[in-house]
Design a protein around this ligand. Structure first.
Ligand code: TXA
Ligand code: MG
Length: 362
């Protein structure tokens, strides 16, 4: 295979043909129109959102949706989220929509909230992974909503990472994973939130939180009253246990090497990690802790005192640490119920729920 580079582009010449991956800044005047053309042509476009970059396709075209599963290496039973321009489109793709869905949309859209509703027949089973429900959300990014509007179809978009790997929060991450496989990446800069949207299932009563994200359980409870937290959010599912969000049953967000979360006070954790640290290991910690890990190759992903910086930096840090050359990563995980709750969930999944209590272990 030969490779030729041009500004912002990678050309791959292979026996299977040539695919040029173009990166267009979100503020380029033609960005939305070019992206919408590719979507209408049944191709994949990487789209920026406030949560993570998505790998988008026409949600109503099973052949286009197939390309998402192939590009990501995603299991075919894992359904996709439909990205809409607003609440006005919900009724086009969902049936028996409860009034509360519109109340939530009014309060949190555009924004990092996904709602699971009953799917109408307009949504192909390929998109819903065979389920009778469908997940819908309206992203904050103006260019992405304009792409959906111009394409005239909802865009199905999972996080643009390769399946199982840490999510993509910059255009460079998407380029790393998909250069030569997709025609276009719209570069909207680093994602504001940095972890995927909150998913709430409204087909159950009381509603169920399937994935924590930028909209917190407390914010949801203010509107919903009661909210059940799905077990997959906080614990490893037993073999054979059915996940309400099929994606939650897979190993996820994980770098190549084992990640061990070390909980407990700052001092206890540092004592434990320094005692177990071996050459080549890495430490993923809070900025405030950097001085405690001199000589242990620490990487800070944000400030413990400001959980939004942790969600913003988590996936870039996990991607930086994604290397089979690293024997172990010792990770510090925030406590708390706001956006920290979503960071905990992603980090625990990246660690396969391997958590050591430093206070008890010392
Ligand atoms: O922030 C986000 O939601 C990003 C951006 C691109 O919008 N998208 C995203 O998609 O995170 P993905 O495919 O990586 O995660 C979607 C999750 C999966 O765990 C999937 O199983 C679940 O949503 N899901 C999708 N449709 C569902 C449904 N009908 N019922 C239950 N879970 C569903
Ligand atoms: Mg994902």
């Amino acid at each position: 295979m030969k490779m030729g580079a041009a500004a912002g582009q990678l050309l791959l010449f292979s026996g299977k043909g040539i695919m040029t991956t173009q990166i267009l800044p979100a503020d380029a005047p033609e960005a939305a129109a070019v992206a919408a053309r590719w979507i209408r042509a049944g191709e994949l476009v990487a789209i920026p959102t406030e949560t993570v970059y998505g790998l988008g396709a026409n949600a109503l075209d099973p052949a286009a949706v197939d390309k998402i599963f192939t590009a990501k290496g995603r299991p075919s039973d894992n359904p996709l989220i439909l990205h809409l321009t607003g609440a006005g489109q919900i009724a086009d793709y969902c049936r028996d929509v409860p009034e509360i869905a519109y109340v939530l949309a009014e309060k949190f859209w555009p924004g990092p909230l996904t709602m699971v509703l009953c799917a109408s027949d307009t949504v192909p089973k390929r998109t819903t992974g065979g389920l009778s429900t469908v997940a819908v959300r309206c992203p904050e990014s103006a260019v992405t909503r304009e792409i959906i509007r111009l394409a005239g179809v909802p865009i199905a978009a999972p996080s643009a990472n390769l399946s199982g790997k840490p999510s993509t929060t910059t255009a460079a991450h998407v380029y790393h994973d998909h250069a030569g496989k997709i025609p276009l990446i719209i570069d909207g800069g680093p994602c504001r939130v940095g972890v995927e949207s909150t998913i709430v299932d409204l087909t159950e009563c009381p509603p169920r939180l399937l994935r924590p994200g930028g909209i917190t359980p407390a914010q949801l409870r203010e509107v919903l009253g009661e909210l059940v937290i799905d077990r997959a959010v906080t614990a490893q599912l037993a073999p054979g246990e059915v996940a309400k969000a099929p994606g939650m049953k897979y190993r996820h967000y994980a770098p190549a090497e084992p990640v061990i979360i070390v909980s407990g006070s700052r001092e206890a954790a540092a004592r434990y990690i320094r005692a177990h640290f071996a050459p080549g290991d890495r430490v993923l910690c809070f900025e405030e802790e950097l001085p405690l890990y001199a000589g242990c190759a620490p990487l800070a992903y944000g400030k413990e005192a400001d959980a939004a910086t942790l969600s913003h930096g988590l996936f870039a840090a996990l991607r930086e640490l994604d290397s089979a050359q690293i024997p172990h990563v010792y990770a510090r995980c925030p406590v708390g119920e706001g956006i920290a709750y979503a960071v905990q969930n992603r980090l625990k999944k990246a660690a396969g729920f391997c958590i050591v209590d430093a206070e008890a272990a010392l």
